[in-house]
Design a protein. Structure first.
Length: 197
């Protein structure tokens, strides 16, 4: 059976660590921490990659070392090396259209203007792959670029651990039970409202 690939998208480097645009990195790092996977640079894939097993499933996690708008280069390289069908990998991204802390899993779909997904579609010539969107809150007047490359607020930071745990759990359900079960779990509102009340 072919392995699974979970790719969190973001921008490499210390400058971007902890920004809204890098929540995909944070999710796969949370998954790696829970399952004791260790990331190493794999320059042929243009990514940091962690490999392990859960049950009988072989799992690869990756964080592209390309910038967000070139994420497709790394995804294409990994998919080619692992001979993956698109249904066997999931891309984790930030979404400003979702309220902070909300999750949405889709089996396929357009990029919705997200540069990382645009790059993947261009490279793979398909929109038919699962994606987990993580709500980082809408832009509120500071400009889109400033918003997604900005840090989370003090109140938001308190809620991030729970958000990452839910995202990790959604991925685990996908691996164990399939996409429909993962969608049932992820696509409902989080137990705590995004305002922290």
């Amino acid at each position: 059976m072919s392995p699974f690939l979970i790719a969190g998208l973001g921008n490499p480097g210390r400058t971007y660590k902890g920004t809204r645009h890098n929540i995909g990195f944070a999710v796969v790092e949370e998954f790696a921490k829970k399952h004791s996977f260790e990331f190493r640079k794999k320059m042929g894939w243009k990514a940091e990659v962690a490999k392990g097993t859960i049950g009988d499933a072989e799992i690869y996690l990756m964080m592209p070392l390309t910038f967000m708008n070139q994420s497709g280069e790394a995804i294409q390289e990994a998919a080619r090396n692992l001979m993956l069908d698109p249904s066997r990998f999931m891309v984790v991204i930030d979404d400003i259209a979702l309220p902070f802390g909300h999750l949405r899993i889709r089996a396929r779909g357009s990029s919705g203007g997200h540069n990382g997904l645009k790059s993947i579609e261009e490279r793979l010539q398909t929109q038919d792959y699962p994606r987990l969107r993580v709500g980082v809150g809408e832009e509120r007047g500071e400009g889109l670029v400033s918003h997604v490359l900005g840090k989370f607020s003090k109140d938001e930071k308190k809620l991030i651990p729970e958000m990452l745990e839910r995202a990790r759990t959604a991925i685990e359900i996908w691996l164990e039970k399939g996409l429909n079960h993962a969608m049932d779990f992820a696509n409902k509102n989080p137990p705590n409202p995004s305002n922290g009340e």
